[in-house]
Design a protein around this ligand. Structure first.
Ligand SMILES: Nc1ncnc2c1ncn2[C@@H]1O[C@H](COP(=O)(O)OP(=O)(O)OP(=O)(O)O)[C@@H](O)[C@H]1O
Ligand SMILES: [Mg+2]
Length: 313
């Protein structure tokens, strides 16, 4: 219930939290946070916080923020949700504005997934992506199993991630050919041989994951495809998540510094947070048709922290 009905909500999360608590009856949620922040621990037979499951971040990264994913409550619960979907091969679609951490969640999942049973592949869509390009990438990830049946190596599942799913341009019929192709694969498990159109190829054991920004490209995608996905909406990460990510990174960096730098990590994150929220919520800095580049998101926060990381002890 929390994720099936409540997954696609953003602003309504708070009122849905109230509704669900009202409906829960004997399954009483702990007070304090939203129902989204809890999971049911079957071993202890009680609700527990996602944030308590978060492992500390591994400081051995190469210094480039783009390669770094700090485990947070968000990455943790999304990892769990993707795992649940994996069992039924049902797809997941992450919807959120720029810089809400959509790509990072999938990247983090792919880094941690068991490669013995999974083949991971991704494709960034853009306005020039057509169904032929998509088919080529999908086919390059599957092998011939027998006859006309194709799939990842036996016993494995192909997790195919499509970033910016709504970017391909609309054709004159108002459709997007890559979207139609994915729908066809999900509905019928088949693609047509491009050289010999009379031949069909069956594609098995593929699970699709997607991300889209509802403010870019065609804004939305065809309902005939989106109905196959569980939709999860992501908003701007809350303060606690920002702290988990950036505080740990800076704290780790300042380890080699003089003692006076001990609480600088907290100060820098707090100060950046104040400025970030100030700018992001000020009407003067809202993106307009003329100033569409006024986009302040997690990326800007990341840049500031990344620059601080350039400082040496
Ligand atoms: N858990 C995390 N650990 C470290 N960095 C993170 C984490 N989550 C998000 N970020 C940082 O936030 C920034 C934005 O994240 P990401 O690229 O995933 O957003 P997005 O929603 O895919 O945006 P877009 O729609 O523009 O592609 C990135 O610079 C990323 O490094
Ligand atoms: Mg992205």
């Amino acid at each position: 219930m929390i994720w099936s009905f409540g997954g696609p909500l953003i602003d309504a999360k708070i009122s849905y939290n109230g509704t669900l608590r009202g409906l829960a009856g004997r399954v009483k949620f702990p007070d304090g946070l939203l129902v989204y922040d809890y999971y049911y621990d079957p071993m202890k037979q009680q609700w527990a916080l996602w944030s308590e499951r978060v492992k500390p971040f591994d400081p051995n990264f190469d210094g480039l923020f783009s390669n770094l994913v700090v485990p947070t409550a968000e990455t943790n619960r999304q990892k769990f949700l993707i795992d649940v979907h994996r069992k039924t091969r049902k797809g997941l679609l992450y919807v959120g504005f720029a810089g809400t951490g959509k790509t990072t969640i999938i990247k983090d999942y792919f880094n941690s997934v068991d490669k013995e049973i999974t083949v991971c592949s991704s494709m960034n869509m853009n306005s020039y992506t057509d169904s032929k390009a998509l088919q080529t990438v999908i086919e390059s990830n599957v092998d011939k199993r027998m006859g006309k049946i194709f799939g990842p190596p036996s016993g494995k599942i192909l997790m195919f991630f499509m970033d910016d799913l709504n970017m391909p341009k609309l054709d004159k019929y108002g459709t997007q050919s890559p979207i139609c192709l994915i729908r066809q694969i999900i509905d019928y498990q088949l693609v047509f041989d491009r050289e010999h159109l009379e031949e069909k190829k069956t594609i098995q054991d593929v699970m699709f994951l997607g991300c889209l920004n509802p403010k870019s490209g065609s804004f939305t995608i065809d309902l005939r495809l989106s109905r196959h996905f569980t939709m999860i909406a992501l908003g701007t990460p809350d303060k606690e998540i920002l702290n988990t990510i950036f505080h740990q990174v800076l704290q780790n960096h300042f380890k080699n510094f003089d003692n006076t730098f001990n609480n600088y990590a907290k100060k820098i994150v707090d100060a950046t947070s104040v400025v970030f929220n100030g700018i992001a919520l000020t009407a003067q800095f809202m993106p307009t048709a003329k100033k569409f580049h006024y986009q302040f998101n997690l990326r800007d926060f990341t840049r500031i922290v990344q620059n601080v990381l350039q400082a040496e002890a």
